[in-house]
Design a protein around this ligand. Structure first.
Ligand SMILES: *Cc1c(COP(=O)(O)O)cnc(C)c1O
Length: 426
């Protein structure tokens, strides 16, 4: 391959580790050179060499309205013209908070931050501050941002204290994170039976969407709710991906479970850097200046970011929006399944609304171990074949795809035709 992307990547390798500012962008999981994006509009993006793609990456989830949605662009421009940052309260923060609280009745009080990582890091501090306990339970394959205590994957068993999954995370710190298999209710019960009194909180992606897409097994989220409540621990839903994605009120609305605390991000910022955490009033009243849990941000509640979030959420409040997303996503699922079946390629497609993942395995995929059965080589070949056909998927077998409101029947048809050729090639 040659062209501007190759030249630009060559240069960026001299500036950034691996040429990128977030690791998966470097294409290490699929090989080859990342395409540098020049611009986006609706469901499409264009690279620096002028090639056009139907985009299902959607900036990793935020762009549920598609690229450069006119309402969002206008809101951003209007806000910028009024001044980019004040470090003082503004009405735009409350306007965004109003929609969050309307969508998520479990959120009584919230704090805006700048990323999902910050939301995850801060929510744990609040949970520990409130309960006076140190241990956090998380699940294998779930991602909650890159703060130290959350960069812990599986230890060597359900009841083993975690091993750092990243260099630079002190073992003593990682040791406060207990990692259990996703969708394994009996492992949760056993952990609570043994050390329930030490557990500050359970944090979970209610739909695991950072190891592909894995919906919760029936009864799993109910088990988390029951066990945390009985032990005086808090239940935290990390809805950074699922919030406003699988329903207006996120996964908690879809499955009817009320967590104590929730993390939001991605769609909340409409493509700008925003995160938030919030929930029970008594817990959130521990956060400064009301309480002893310190957390702050120079650019938190940034007016431009708030404006993009407000414009995005207002477009999502329109009746019929999630039904339309479901309909288009179901059509896409049908196309991708048919393409694989025609080529005799075994796949498992997990999908919740507009959140989907294609695993190259017979399946079923119900936890991290079964997700890892996906054929990574086949995924890489499929990814590149699709990219060459003009369809942009995630450059890793363990990431989700996203359908936006900008995707049309024509986009889905183009994708289906591309997938038929790609599946024959893998
Ligand atoms: C993306 C993501 C995060 C981290 O958000 P950033 O804005 O990338 O820091 C946290 N939790 C989940 C579930 C995510 O998908």
């Amino acid at each position: 391959m040659s062209g501007r992307s190759v030249d630009l990547f060559e240069e960026s390798l001299g500036w950034f580790p691996g040429g990128v500012n977030s690791p998966v962008r470097a294409f290490r999981a699929v090989g080859g050179t990342p395409r540098f994006v020049n611009r986006g509009k609706g469901s499409r993006i264009w690279d620096e060499d002028g090639r056009e793609y139907v985009d299902y990456l959607a900036s990793w989830g935020p762009l549920i309205l598609g690229h450069a949605h006119p309402d969002v662009v206008k809101a951003v421009c209007d806000a910028a013209a009024d001044g980019t940052s004040f470090g003082a309260p503004t009405e735009r923060e409350s306007r965004l908070a109003r929609w969050v609280v309307e969508a998520f009745p479990s959120i009584e009080l919230l704090r805006m931050v700048n990323s999902g990582t910050e939301a995850g890091m801060s929510v744990l501090r609040a949970a520990r501050g409130f309960t006076g306990r140190d241990v956090i339970v998380k699940f294998e394959g779930c991602y909650h941002g890159h703060s130290d205590g959350l960069l812990v994957k599986a230890g060597s068993g359900a009841l083993t204290f975690g091993v750092p999954d990243s260099a630079g995370v002190p073992a003593a710190y990682a040791g406060l994170t207990l990692t259990l298999p996703f969708n394994d209710a009996s492992a949760v019960e056993a952990s609570f039976a043994e050390r329930g009194g030490e557990i500050a909180a359970v944090i979970v992606e209610p739909i695991a969407a950072n190891c592909g897409v894995i919906p919760p097994a029936p009864g799993f989220l109910e088990c988390l709710r029951r066990e945390t409540e009985a032990a005086g621990a808090l239940l935290i839903f990390d809805e950074v991906i699922t919030g406003f994605r699988v329903a207006w009120g996120g996964a908690q609305a879809l499955y009817g479970i009320r967590p104590d605390l929730t993390c939001l991000g991605k769609i909340l910022g409409g493509g700008l850097p925003v995160g938030a955490y919030g929930g029970r009033r008594d817990v959130m009243e521990c956060v400064a200046p009301l309480g002893p849990v310190y957390q702050a941000g120079t650019l938190a509640g940034n007016p431009i970011a708030m404006a993009a979030g407000v414009a995005t959420l207002e477009a999502l409040r329109v009746p019929g929006v999630y039904e339309a997303l479901e309909e288009m996503s179901a059509r896409l699922e049908g196309e991708l399944r048919e393409a694989a079946a025609e080529a005799g390629v075994p796949v498992t497609m997990n999908r919740v609304g507009s959140l989907f993942c294609l695993f190259f395995t017979e399946g079923p995929v119900e936890d991290f171990a079964s997700a890892r059965q996906t054929d990574a080589g086949r995924y890489a070949r499929h990814f590149h074949a699709m990219l060459d056909e003009g369809v942009n998927l995630a450059p890793s077998p363990f990431e989700a795809g996203f359908v936006s409101l900008a995707h049309t029947g024509e986009d889905v048809a183009v994708t289906g035709a591309a997938a038929r050729r790609a599946c024959r090639a893998v």
